[in-house]
Design a protein around this ligand. Structure first.
Ligand code: F6R
Length: 605
């Protein structure tokens, strides 16, 4: 969640720390701060709220020094106030923390007579280090001792008043990466994106590593040890540099609009990476597939379940990672697991991956960030190649996940012998045409804007879908909730009369996803049930479906989408859900790219 940056070099760091934080702001924006070390003392500036507040303060009063650390926060322990903002500092040290110290209460209780300034779990680390330094430890001994004390997940960047040349990073359960700038300037950050414009190469720290950046020298120590290890230096992809809205008002709209290109790129990428996955495992022998993910990525997994079971005749279970890891799941020999994550850093998904890997089950990762923890820890990897997704509400990454999953399903079905050659060719042809259909669907952007005021004044909405569009109903509801703060629920349309129908009155908006297919008549009955209770129906269908509506058309609001093969309807029907959420949130004046209480990457459980 939170973003961390540190810089150690021969020139002033204040505004470079700020630029790094701007690039990390997607990780959290409750408060931010930086601290530098100059002439033996710390200079700190912190501000509640978005980074602009810190920027304003720094412009009035910059902090001096060639070494410093910064933080942008997504609050876990303690309200998003200035006092709880990082960096935290004590007598000897200042630090920033991403993660959660699970035993903070116990550690705090042991630190009797220490005056705590904040309610955070992080501040306990400051006082522990101060105590070790007071006892006469040098900085390395203090870190080594600290690591025996802490339980939980953490990435830390630490400055020591008495060792002004040293910037220390610690990473356990939360990622940290070292960047090599010019003129021996060194960087430390929770995401390579923070320093990508200034560095050509990076080193990804491994689980438990701690690192010293000192006058151009990088020394890495393995988990809880004083010995040293070498980790590879890898080039930083230039893609990491370009984060611009390209003329759009928001990243989210830009990311929605670029989905045709994203689809083409993902499918092209799939053709070069599929052999790895499809040849590595004997898919005829795989008895079942467990898909594990969170949020929108979980919904991509839910769509894939329909596809794998229908086309590949492969039994699939889909789990929310935070549930999976604690429910002691049974994993059968011969099964395989697939972890889906845009960021590749979602704490619960990583924990579930480690759990499954330990059981000896092959683990495949489907990620958008190729350098992420999931990409590095999975046995094999599929990349979505959607490009950096900045909008907190996931759009293009979801579409790219669906693209890769659909291509994978076709390949695996063919290997399992569940589809004949001609059907494989026809499904692949459908896939080749999908970006064109998405381009056509994006034209709904204008007509959907007129719906926004109706939704904007509403307090609640129901999204209904059947079959593989049920997960898209869930995703549509999630998008609306996330960015417009309107309560919304997704339901399998057949479930309506098992409870949610009680909610329907003349104020309730009901979004129905209904391409003309074998379930069309069934969903029409659901629409009749809604209309009989005076609900307001917004109906997404194709021209065939429109014709089949007959008299019903006059009682509902209809939007027409291009006809698409039943296999790929989830991809096309996702587009109006994203656009609708976007325009409703714009109508409400909400902060689209940085919705309240959210962060792009959920690195705490
Ligand atoms: C919703 C959204 C989240 C993420 C979820 C998982 O728009 O973005 O629900 O999908 O936090 O994140 P990843 O895919 O990075 O594991």
């Amino acid at each position: 969640m939170c973003g961390i940056i540190g810089i150690n070099g021969a020139t002033e760091v204040c505004f470079d720390l700020l630029s790094g934080l701007k690039r990390l702001e997607y990780r959290g924006y409750d408060s931010a701060g930086i601290v530098t070390l100059y002439n033996g003392s710390f200079s700190r500036q912190r501000a509640q709220g978005k980074l602009v507040n810190l920027e304003r303060k720094l412009k009035e009063c910059p902090v001096p020094g060639n070494v410093g650390i910064g933080h942008t926060r997504w609050a876990t322990h303690g309200a998003p106030t200035e006092l709880n903002a990082h960096p935290h500092q004590g007598k000897h040290v200042a630090l920033v923390h991403n993660g959660i110290i699970e035993n903070h209460a116990e550690l705090r209780a042991n630190l009797k007579d220490v005056p705590f300034e904040s309610e955070t779990d992080s501040e306990v680390i400051v006082h522990l280090l101060d105590a070790y330094l007071d006892k006469g430890c040098d900085w390395g001994e203090a870190i080594h001792a600290l690591l025996q004390d802490l339980k939980g997940a953490y990435a830390l960047a630490i400055l020591f008043k008495e060792w002004p040349d040293v910037l220390v990073g610690v990473c356990s359960g939360s990622p940290l990466v070292v960047g090599y700038g010019t003129e021996e300037r060194l960087f430390l950050a929770s995401d390579v994106v923070a320093f990508a414009p200034s560095c050509a190469e990076a080193t990804y720290l491994e689980e438990g590593d701690w690192v010293e950046l000192n006058k151009g020298q990088v020394t890495i120590h393995p988990k809880k040890a004083l010995s040293t290890v070498t980790r590879p230096r890898v080039p930083i992809s230039r893609d990491q540099e370009c984060i611009t809205k390209e003329g759009y008002q928001h990243f989210m709209l830009k990311e929605i609009m670029e989905q045709p290109t994203v689809l083409d790129r993902a499918l092209k990428m799939y053709r070069t990476q599929d052999c790895q996955i499809t040849k590595k495992y004997d898919w005829k022998q795989i008895s079942s597939l467990s898909i594990i993910a969170c949020g929108t990525s979980f919904y991509a997994g839910c769509v894939a379940k329909y596809w794998f079971e229908k086309i590949g005749r492969l039994p699939v279970s889909v789990d929310i990672a935070s549930e999976f890891r604690y429910r002691d799941p049974t994993l059968l020999p011969g099964s395989c697991a697939l972890f889906i994550s845009q960021s590749g850093e979602t704490a619960d998904t990583i924990a579930a991956l480690r759990f499954v890997k330990q059981k000896g089950i092959p683990c495949i990762g489907l990620v958008n960030v190729p350098e992420s923890s999931i990409a590095r820890e999975a046995d094999s990897i599929l990349q979505t190649q959607a490009g950096i997704e900045v909008g907190v509400a996931s759009t293009k990454a979801f579409i790219a996940q669906l693209a890769i999953l659909s291509a994978l399903v076709v390949e695996i079905a063919s290997l399992r012998g569940t589809i004949p050659h001609e059907e494989k060719a026809s499904l692949q042809q459908d896939l080749m045409a999908i970006s064109g259909l998405v381009t056509e669907t994006l034209k709904l952007s204008i007509p959907l804007q007129t719906l926004a005021p109706r939704f904007g004044q509403s307090k609640t909405a129901l999204y209904l879908g059947r079959g593989s569009l049920y997960p898209i109903a869930l995703e549509g509801a999630l998008k609306l909730k996330e960015i417009s703060y309107i309560h919304a629920e997704g339901y399998a349309a057949g479930e309506l009369k098992h409870g949610p129908i009680a909610l329907i009155d003349d104020k309730m908006l009901i979004i129905v996803l209904a391409p003309y297919n074998d379930l069309f008549e069934k969903i029409l009955s659901n629409v009749q049930e809604v209309l009989a209770r005076k609900g307001q129906v917004v109906f997404f269908t194709d021209t065939h479906g429109m014709r089949a509506l007959g008299q019903l058309e006059s009682q509902i609001t209809v939007y027409i989408l291009p006809a698409v093969s039943p296999f790929l309807v989830p991809i096309v029907y996702t587009i109006p859900m994203q656009l609708l959420a976007y325009y409703v949130a714009t109508f409400k004046g909400a902060d689209i790219d940085q919705p309240r209480n959210l962060a792009k990457s959920v690195t705490v459980e």
